[in-house]
Design a protein around this ligand. Structure first.
Ligand code: GLP
Length: 268
C-alpha cells in the first residue's frame, strides 16, 4: 500500500485531483469508480475546474458509483444520484448515459445489483476506484462483517453509520437503513484504488486499515490485498498510525526515484 500523509485536507483534495487528471490524460475512456460523502467534495470541485479550463474531458469517460440508499429515487435530495448530479455530473462534459449509480427505487434490488455487476464487466472493469472511509472502517456501504469476496448487493447499515449520516437528513425525513453497494470483491477488482481520508474522526479507521490485520471487522483492511492502492490522508487522519516516519520516508524516496528516472530518460 502506498500511504501518503499530507498537511491539510486541501492538499489531500489536490493530490486526489492530480491522480484523477493523470488517469484521464493517460486513458481518455477511463472507467472511474466514484464515491459520495463529504470527503470527495473538494476533489470534485477541482475536477470541475480542470474540465472547465479544458485540461481534461469526461466526454469518453464512464462512471460507476459505489452505492445508493435503498428506497430513495434519484431525484431525492439525499440520494447519492442527486449528490453526484449536484457535486459533479451537472458541471462536467460527461455523457449522462455514461454515469451509473445503483438504482435506489428499483422494483427488485437483488436483480438490480446483479445487473450493476454485469454492467461494470461490460465496460471492461473499473480503472480507478475512489473511496472514502467510514469511522467504522466501511468502504462503500460494506459495513464490518462484510465478506471480502462480496459483490454488489443489498446491505443493512449499522446504527453507527445511520447516526453518522443523519446529519444530511431533515428531522422529519425518513432515513434509509438499507443500501445497494458494490461488494468488497467488486472494489478489489478495480485496477487502481485511491482512498482519501481527512480529519481526526477517521484516524482509528485508517490505522486499522493500514496496520491492522486483514479482517471483516474493518472492511478497508481488505485493501491490503490489492496490488495498487494509494491511501492519502491529512495529518489529522494519520495520528493513530504507528509508522508515520517510515511512510514519509518512503514517499520522499519514491519522489526522488521518479525524478531520477525522468532525468535518465531525458539523457537517454
Ligand atoms: C458514506 C458512504 C461512503 C463514505 C462514507 C464517509 O457512508 N457510503 O462511501 O466513504 O460515508 O463519508 P464522509 O466522507 O462524509 O466522512
Amino acid at each position: 500500500m502506498r500511504v501518503v500523509i499530507l498537511e491539510s485536507a486541501e492538499q489531500v483534495a489536490e493530490f486526489g485531483a492530480t491522480f484523477f487528471v493523470n488517469q484521464i490524460v493517460n486513458k481518455s475512456n477511463s472507467v472511474l469508480g466514484l464515491a459520495t460523502g463529504s470527503t470527495p467534495v473538494s476533489l470534485y470541485e477541482k475536477l470541475i475546474e480542470k474540465n472547465n479550463s479544458g485540461a481534461i474531458s469526461f466526454k469518453d469517460v464512464t462512471t460507476f458509483n459505489l452505492d445508493e440508499y435503498y428506497g430513495l429515487s434519484g431525484d431525492h435530495p439525499q440520494s447519492y444520484r442527486f449528490f453526484m448530479q449536484q457535486k459533479l455530473f451537472d458541471h462536467i462534459d460527461v455523457a449522462p448515459e455514461s454515469t451509473h449509480v445503483p438504482s435506489g427505487d428499483c422494483a427488485d434490488p437483488h436483480q438490480a445489483c446483479k445487473e450493476y455487476e454485469q454492467e461494470i464487466q461490460r465496460y471492461g472493469g473499473i480503472d480507478l476506484q475512489l473511496l472514502g472511509i467510514g469511522r467504522n472502517g466501511h468502504i462503500g456501504f460494506n459495513e464490518p462483517s462484510s465478506s471480502i469476496g462480496s459483490r454488489t448487493r443489498v446491505k443493512s447499515l449499522t446504527y453507527e453509520t445511520v447516526r453518522d449520516n443523519a446529519r444530511f437528513f431533515g428531522e422529519n425525513e425518513t432515513q434509509p437503513t438499507l443500501s445497494l453497494t458494490m461488494g468488497i470483491g467488486t472494489i478489489l477488482e478495480a485496477r487502481k484504488i485511491l482512498l482519501m481520508a481527512t480529519g481526526e474522526s477517521k484516524a482509528d479507521a485508517i490505522a486499522y486499515a493500514v496496520e491492522g490485520a486483514i479482517s471483516a471487522s474493518c472492511p478497508a483492511s481488505s485493501l491490503q490485498l490489492h496490488p495498487d492502492t494509494t491511501i492519502v490522508v491529512d495529518k489529522a487522519a494519520s495520528t493513530e498510525l504507528s509508522d508515520v516516519e517510515f511512510y514519509l520516508d518512503v514517499e520522499e524516496k519514491r519522489l526522488a526515484l521518479e525524478q531520477q528516472l525522468i532525468v535518465n530518460s531525458a539523457a537517454a
